[in-house]
Design a binder for this molecule. Structure first.
Ligand code: SME
Length: 160
């Protein structure tokens, strides 16, 4: 049984240290990408408060395709460049969206979502996936969240 848990009262940097350590331990010796994404989605939901969706979209041709996640059923295919996820993929840049209603082209998968963070996963210069976090709280994500998920994405790049 795995028992990775966030430390009570941990600061945000500490939370991401713990999350990255748990993700490292779970994925280090496992070559299966789906298993690794599934376990990391579970960790994201466990470690990060105030999320209504957390998971992966993978690059397949000119689209992003839904991968392992925790949350309500979501849009399956997102064209490169569309929505927050497609923008992160096409630009290879993290997207912090404090108000999804103010993001032109935002794709609403869950009406409860108010803010969003999307981080590209880059391998050999190519965006192979994005990590998408949604929250029902406006402006839930800041630059510390982005830095934490970027560390996670870097670590996972060769493992998914
Ligand atoms: N809101 C995303 C779509 C994915 S769902 O949030 C799970 C977007 O605009 O790309």
């Amino acid at each position: 049984m795995f028992d990775y848990k966030p430390t009570d009262g941990a600061s945000k940097p500490q939370l991401y240290d713990d999350l990255c350590s748990a993700a490292d331990a779970l994925t280090r010796d496992e070559p299966d990408a789906v298993a690794n994404m599934a376990n990391v989605a579970a960790l994201l939901a466990d470690f990060l408060p105030d999320l209504n969706w957390a998971g992966f979209y993978r690059t397949l041709g000119s689209e992003l395709v839904l991968g392992p996640f925790i949350g309500r059923p979501a849009c399956i295919r997102i064209a490169w460049g569309q929505g927050v996820c497609g923008t992160a993929a096409a630009s290879a840049q993290t997207q912090i969206v404090p108000d999804v209603h103010a993001f032109a082209g935002h794709i609403a998968c869950d009406a409860h979502t108010r803010s969003e963070l999307v981080v590209p996963v880059v391998r050999d210069g190519n965006v192979v996936a994005v990590i998408d976090l949604d929250s029902p709280t406006p402006a839930r994500f800041d630059t510390e969240d982005a830095a934490g998920i970027e560390r996670l994405a870097m670590m996972l790049a060769e493992r998914i």
